[in-house]
Design a protein. Structure first.
Length: 124
């Protein structure tokens, strides 16, 4: 299991126990590998399949349409072609009114989620 997967599992448990009314979804398409099924599913995700965020919290707060987090293991965010592509996609999401961020490790992710959920709810 990848370190990011462990962070995702801990964050999922955190959300389910502490914020059970908050809708969320983890995107695990990239974990499917090069199988035929994986390739078929990736086609459904469009242009940004390889840059899509790991976690989407589907509740509007503070004028944002939702919170999107790219999970990384503890430590410093690496400056790679992959993270630069992800950052480019984050800019597209921000332009479309989402709160988007990288988070490194469980504690950083938990802090960003808690801060987001403290923002005033959007009116419907």
């Amino acid at each position: 299991m990848k370190p990011e997967d462990l962070v995702a599992k801990r964050i999922s448990n955190y959300l389910l126990t502490k914020h059970d009314k908050v809708p969320f979804r983890f995107d695990l398409v990239d974990r499917l590998g090069n199988s035929y099924v994986g390739k078929q599913i990736k086609q459904l995700h469009g242009k940004w399949s390889r840059g899509y965020v790991d976690l989407f919290i589907a509740t509007g707060r503070g004028g944002f349409g939702g919170l999107m987090l790219e999970l990384k293991k503890d430590g410093v965010l690496a400056n790679t072609e992959h993270t630069r592509r992800q950052a480019d996609y984050h800019a597209v999401l921000r332009f479309n009114s989402y709160k988007v961020s990288f988070c490194c490790g469980f504690d950083d992710c938990k802090k960003k989620i808690k801060n987001y959920l403290k923002l005033k709810k959007n009116k419907i």
